[in-house]
Design a protein around this ligand. Structure first.
Ligand SMILES: [Zn+2]
Length: 143
């Protein structure tokens, strides 16, 4: 099977998919934070694996993972073309996710990983369950 995209073009597409996907999931999560008055998070905080949100005082980090790039089994999104290429890429991401979670946990951080699909309305209960540690941290700050 021949390569559909020239290499450069493919990387450009990958970059744009990754950044737009990530931006929208992060924004959705921020709106959930607002809705539930979850405060105390920081972005661009330098930590292993570059978590999307860091609650420094609550010792918690949140990653928002795109279902495609991080290999969630919620839907079959691997394209037929170049499937070996994508599979290898996704496997590398999964491996890296696992490693950074492990390192952070060893350093005493609570690691929360939110899947892109969990930000859908119908999955809200699941999402809030995952966010419980930061919700509780916020409640304890108020007293
Ligand atoms: Zn998913």
């Amino acid at each position: 099977m021949s390569d559909v995209f020239v290499k450069d073009k493919r990387s450009a597409i990958m970059r744009s998919v990754r950044s737009s996907q990530n931006a929208s999931t992060e924004l959705k999560l921020i709106s959930v934070f607002k809705e539930y008055a979850i405060k105390g998070w920081r972005r661009n905080y330098k930590l292993c694996g570059n978590p999307d949100f860091v609650f420094e005082n609550g010792k918690s980090v949140i990653f928002t993972d795109g279902c495609f790039w991080h290999g969630h089994k919620c839907r079959n999104v691997t394209p037929k073309d170049n499937s070996d290429y994508w599979t290898a890429k996704i496997m590398r991401n999964k491996k890296r996710d696992k490693e950074s979670s492990k390192i952070l946990k060893e350093k005493g951080w609570q690691v929360i990983r939110i899947w892109e699909c969990e930000l859908k309305m119908k999955n809200k209960t699941k999402l809030l369950k995952k966010l419980l540690p930061v919700i509780q941290y916020n409640q304890s700050r108020e007293h």
